[in-house]
Design a protein around this ligand. Structure first.
Ligand code: G3H
Length: 487
């Protein structure tokens, strides 16, 4: 509610995935602490958002769009002043490379400005009147209420702000819980939130999600749940809402994006894009390539070039120049990845690259696993880490069958230089996922493109314009013309 609380309660210690040498060996470094809200404090924050919204009568939801835009512009200027510190914290807190951390920050700022421009367009449109059958109508975009916003650890800034900004700029009020790995990096922005928005518009809560979020959902005071994270968590939270039919959910969830590398592919290009798509930020992207189908006639050549390219990738600390592979923030991740590899080996596959799957503290050396089949965890589970599962196939029916059976439906990539081959698959592929990439890796960007997914991969659509629509409702102000008001 626009105030920094003096904290006397429980705190959470944040250990960086970046390790330091100690007498006992390499150890994760303690880089800070943050307060752990109790359910009562979280509920107070929710109540502050409810009061600020005041059933649509509050200062913020009734404010002129141009004034809300001015608040967001002011916030963005202050955010830019904090760039160096935020980027440094992204590197230390989640182990993202310097180049990718800068990219994440810049992309977020570009997104905010693009959102402001798009809203100005929408606002101009709503000042136009439409006349039908003697009724003159103004179409407006109105807010939905109180939004609970939770972002992911892998894009703690970008993915959070691509929901948080459209939510508030449309006139909603908000409760924001940063991800467990990715909380400290928001600290430099809290003062900007406090000073740029009226009290209660943006309320930040820290703490253990499973201790505070369920009660917030059960209260029935949340109108919109926006979460970039796991389908399981999203489903559990939605069910807690007492009036689920009144809850709007805007969700970016699990994905297991496939690449299909046909016998007509440019192998070199396919290898480069597979490496980028599977291993950028160590494969910790919902948009990452997580399974590769390669036509059996080119599988040997593809694997040989893939091994070569993976062996050239540089491991290192996030701030080192040219580094591609960095420490993993989730302490249990290496054990899970090893379990997936072990399961694949027991079911007939091998790790085909040197050192694949080796670990040193929070580093995990990428593993190319071949030949993967449908008995393995790696066939279905979203590994969300540096493993490249490769499946040889004979007929296009096999990857298509995989996509149809999958519970995910975010993206697919197809690599082929035969335009007839691409054209004949495209109509089927585009009915399985929400984005088909031709001769390119899967990715969300540019952020102005619609970002969604089928099946368990998403609910609602993000982008610049789509997000503004998602966090609002079209309302009409309609006047029936009669002799008294026809002028
Ligand atoms: O994890 C999801 C991110 O939004 C990925 O974005 O694919 O454009 O890097 P990107």
């Amino acid at each position: 509610n626009g105030e920094m609380l003096q904290w006397n309660g429980d705190v959470h210690e944040v250990y960086s995935p970046v390790c330091v040498r100690t007498p006992e060996g390499l150890k994760r470094k303690l880089i800070g602490t943050y307060p752990v809200c109790t359910p009562k404090e979280a509920m107070d924050a929710l109540d502050a958002a409810v009061v600020a919204y005041n059933n649509g009568r509050g200062e913020w939801p009734t404010m002129a769009v141009s004034d809300r835009i001015a608040c967001v512009e002011n916030f963005t200027r202050k955010m830019i002043e904090q760039k160096d510190l935020v980027v440094k914290l992204i590197m230390w807190e989640i182990g993202k490379s310097y180049a990718d951390s800068i990219k994440e920050f810049d992309r977020t700022v570009e997104y905010i400005y693009a959102t402001i421009d798009a809203l100005k367009d929408i606002d101009r449109d709503s000042s136009r009147f439409e006349m039908q059958q003697g009724i003159i109508a103004q179409v407006r975009r109105s807010p939905l209420g109180v939004v609970l916003c939770m972002g992911p650890f892998n894009y703690p800034l970008n993915e959070t702000f691509t929901t948080l900004i459209p939510a508030i700029i449309m006139g909603n009020t908000l409760l924001f819980k940063p991800p467990k790995h990715g909380t400290l990096l928001h600290y430099p922005l809290l003062e900007a939130f406090r000073s740029c928005f009226p009290k209660g518009v943006v309320n930040t809560i820290y703490g253990r999600g499973n201790a505070i979020i369920p009660d917030l959902m059960k209260s029935g005071k949340i109108n919109v749940l926006t979460l970039i994270g796991s389908s399981k968590v999203a489903n559990e939270l939605k069910k807690l809402h007492p009036k689920i039919n009144r809850l709007r959910a805007i969700l970016g969830l699990d994905a297991k994006n496939a690449a299909i590398i046909t016998s007509h592919a440019d192998i070199k290009l396919a290898v480069q894009e597979t490496v980028l798509g599977s291993l950028s930020f160590n494969g910790q992207r919902c948009t990452a390539l997580k399974i590769i189908f390669v036509h059996k006639t080119i599988a040997e050549e593809f694997l040989s070039q893939l091994k070569e390219e993976v062996s050239k990738l540089k491991f290192g600390m996030p701030w080192e120049k040219g580094v591609s592979l960095t420490p993993l923030p989730e302490p249990n991740k290496p054990a899970y990845l090893k379990e997936c590899i072990e399961d694949a080996i027991q079911n007939g596959a091998s790790v085909v690259n040197e050192n694949g799957g080796a670990t040193v503290e929070s580093f995990f050396y990428p593993a190319i696993v071949y030949p993967v089949n449908n008995k393995m965890k790696l066939y279905r589970e979203e590994q969300f880490g540096p493993i490249i599962p490769v499946i040889p196939y004979e007929s296009m029916e096999e990857p298509i069958e995989y996509l149809i059976e999958s519970t995910h439906g975010q993206q697919v990539s197809i690599f082929s230089n035969d335009s007839h081959e691409v054209a004949s698959s495209i109509d089927i592929l585009v009915n399985q996922v929400s984005r088909v990439n031709i001769n390119a890796q899967c990715q969300r960007g540019p952020d102005a493109f619609p970002f969604t997914g089928r099946k368990d991969s998403a609910e609602g659509t993000l982008s610049v314009v789509d997000a503004l629509r998602s966090f609002s409702i079209r309302s009409l102000v309609a006047t029936k013309l009669n002799d008294n008001n026809k002028h």
